[in-house]
Ligand binder design. Structure first.
Ligand SMILES: NC(=O)c1ccc[n+]([C@@H]2O[C@H](COP(=O)([O-])OP(=O)(O)OC[C@H]3O[C@@H](n4cnc5c(N)ncnc54)[C@H](O)[C@@H]3O)[C@@H](O)[C@H]2O)c1
Length: 360
């Protein structure tokens, strides 16, 4: 049975999720508090499909059929018959809770509701909601219409059947699920945010220029783009907020002052792609690797997500050459141990269990 999908919030993410699902043959009803946004989505979809027709990713006939599958609606009541509703409204707990309360009045008996929150706890959004067992997180990465990875976040209240329903939808839309627990940063942002935070700190400590830090990440860690280039793409404001969201996890996860300042001003870095490796490349490499390794070891100890699936997810969503666990394995254990110990000591953070470094 093809999923009848509804999307609430047709901005950057919701729009991408909707137009991708329509492209995979699903009927999609869309609703936005700003009625023009739902209507504008058809224009955006038409433009994206036209590009895909040009690139021979779809035929003209398929583009027309997909476009016809997207139906803007004027009320939430019109979404009640959906099998799955994905919410991608503003990142605000009160707003998201308000939406859940409003949906409760219209929902079919089996409708599942997914939140695309990046920073809130799914359990907090579902708190006191009458259908909490039918709520989960489906965390897409930007651009949602093309990025294949989706974190499937199971909160304590989420039922097995709800997860199964969401996984069926992801199969229909050819997405790769990464099941994870309802923990700050889920799986990917838990290590990705500290990694760019550390890159900012290296510049702050005047160890290297932004271009040199990115060059070390590309040439030594095999990243497709350096952490500061990616930070520019995400937007310093969003990146800074995402890092702040992890602060409850301990001192290692504190946003560095320079990131907060850049976040406030939304000020990107100026980066040249052709920078050479600086003389202290080994030191910078160790600091970047430790910034990935500490969260990765903690994630594994907490059982947030499967390490192999997390590695695969990092390759898909972040275009890393290898994920954090494969990266750790590629270094001599003594070097990783020293890098982690130095980093945790610098931050006053507990050193995670390092026993696994010797099991290869
Ligand atoms: N931007 C990203 O890279 C990214 C990545 C992953 C997850 N997310 C998450 O996805 C969600 C949406 O982010 P976005 O970047 O698409 O935001 P956006 O601002 O582009 O879009 C949000 C849309 O929601 C609508 N809206 C707001 N309140 C509403 C309500 N109560 N009812 C109906 N519609 C409402 C707005 O009119 C707007 O069109 C957030 O929770 C965000 O954290 C964003």
């Amino acid at each position: 049975m093809t999923t009848k999908l509804a999307v609430v919030g047709c901005g950057l993410m919701g729009g991408g999720i909707a137009l991708d699902a329509a492209r995979h043959g699903l009927d999609v009803r869309v609703y936005d508090a700003r009625p023009e946004s739902a209507a504008d989505l058809r224009q955006r979809a038409a433009a994206v499909y036209a590009r895909w027709v040009k690139n021979e990713r779809m035929t003209q006939a398929a583009a027309e059929t997909a476009l016809a599958r997207i139906t803007p609606t004027a009320t939430l009541a019109e979404l009640g018959g959906a099998d799955l509703i994905v919410e991608a409204i503003f990142e605000d707990l009160a707003l998201k809770r308000g939406l859940m309360a409003a949906l409760a009045r219209h929902l079919g008996a089996n409708t599942v509701v997914a939140t695309n929150t990046s920073a809130l706890r799914v359990g907090d959004i579902a708190e006191d909601v009458s259908f909490a067992d039918r709520i989960l997180g489906l965390h897409y990465f930007s651009p949602a219409e093309v990025s294949p990875l989706v974190e499937v976040v199971r909160a304590a209240c989420t039922s097995e059947a709800t997860v199964a329903r969401a996984l069926a939808f992801l199969r229909e839309t050819r997405r790769t699920p990464l099941p994870c627990a309802d923990s700050p940063g889920f799986a990917i942002n838990r290590f990705f945010c500290p990694y760019y935070n550390e890159a900012v700190r290296i510049v702050e400590d005047e160890l290297a220029t932004p271009s040199q830090v990115d060059a070390v990440a590309r040439k030594r860690l095999g990243a497709a783009a350096g952490p500061l280039t990616v930070l520019n793409l995400i937007g310093p404001r969003v990146a800074s907020r995402a890092m702040e969201n992890l602060s409850s996890l301990g001192p290692f996860y504190a946003a560095t002052p320079e990131l907060l300042v850049r976040g406030d001003r939304n000020a990107p870095y100026t980066i040249a792609d052709d920078a050479r490796l600086p003389g202290n490349a080994d030191t910078i490499e160790d600091r970047l690797v430790a910034a990935l390794a500490v969260p990765a070891l903690e994630l594994r100890a907490e059982g947030v997500a499967d390490p192999e699936e997390t590695d695969h997810g990092a390759v898909m969503a972040l275009r890393f050459e290898r994920g954090p666990y494969a990266l750790i394995r590629s270094y001599p254990p003594s070097r990783i141990r020293a890098a982690i110990t130095a980093s945790c000591t610098r931050h006053g953070h507990p050193i995670p269990c390092l026993d696994s470094l010797d099991r290869r």
